[in-house]
Design a binder for this molecule. Structure first.
Ligand code: PEP
Ligand code: MN
Length: 270
């Protein structure tokens, strides 16, 4: 039988936020074993209500450590100066690792978006990902893409991510944390010609729903996934209900792969 060859997906995985050394080292070990494309190492956290806001600048040493170990770190800077600090430290590691910066759904100030993009634009080892904003509006998401490209970032180093939109009273029968609009995500992918990832963690909101929505999204043409995984989600300092264990991550990605094989067979593309 001809082996099935499916297009490779870009995977960003790791904890919602960096918390401590032990958690980061275990995440790095797992990401290496699983050949994860980018390890989530977020240091600053946008929070709906006051709470843990991330370890901040003190965690930059882990971004450096990941790069020294040959992993590609991914960080969400909240401010332009965060992006600059991370980029400066990362670029001192002279190897071929890549740094991913992303603009999150709550960071909707175009001065900051343009500034972060300008930091990313300065070096070919830095990539940027733009998530959709919280509210359901295609023009706004397009606008963020235009702002970051207009700041000099080459298209080749930009990707997008759909993380769902804030639910309304009557559009969320499945009780997701954020409601996906797959048609819009696919239109944005088509219109911009950029890779489109999907975030089942911030869409799902609980482990069970992360599985459901990842398998649902898997039936669309997403180019990759960003998934929150914590060595011990029970003690996570943010988004504890939605973070998978590494065992659950393995189970989910295997199920997603099996489903894609099944779909490919049904469409006789193999
Ligand atoms: C995140 O990815 O850590 C995050 C806060 O998600 P979002 O910006 O989609 O809310
Ligand atoms: Mn999170």
């Amino acid at each position: 039988m001809t082996p099935i060859k499916l297009p490779k997906k870009i995977i960003i995985a790791g904890p919602c936020a960096v918390e401590n050394k032990e958690q980061v080292l275990e995440s790095m070990k797992q990401c290496k074993q699983l050949q994860i494309d980018f390890i989530r190492l977020s240091l600053w956290k946008p929070r709906t209500k006051p709470g843990f806001e991330g370890v901040g600048e003190a965690g930059i040493e882990y971004v450096v450590e990941a790069a020294q170990q040959g992993l590609n770190p991914g960080v969400e800077p909240m401010l332009i100066e965060h992006a600059q600090q991370v980029a400066d430290a990362f670029l001192k590691v002279k190897n071929n690792t890549k740094l991913l910066l992303w603009i999150g759904a709550r960071n909707q100030n175009h001065y900051i978006q343009r500034g972060i993009a300008a930091v990313a634009a300065k070096d070919p080892r830095i990539f940027l990902m733009v998530k959709n904003q919280i509210w359901h509006n295609e023009k706004h998401w397009e606008g963020i893409v235009e702002h970051v490209l207009d700041s000099g970032l080459p298209k080749e180093r930009l990707m997008l991510c759909h993380r769902g939109f804030a639910p309304t009273a009557d559009n969320n029968p499945k009780g997701y944390r954020n409601v996906p609009d797959y048609d819009m995500a696919m239109r944005m992918k088509e219109k911009t010609g950029l890779p489109m990832l999907f975030d089942p963690s911030h869409t799902g909101g609980s482990v069970e729903k992360v599985f459901d929505i990842a398998l649902e999204a898997n039936q669309h043409e997403f180019d990759g996934y960003i998934i929150e995984v914590h060595p011990n989600p029970k003690v996570a300092m943010s988004d504890a209900t939605q973070q998978l264990t590494w065992g659950e991550y393995r189970k989910l990605t295997q199920q997603m792969y099996n489903k894609r094989v099944q779909i490919a067979k049904e469409h006789k593309v193999v």
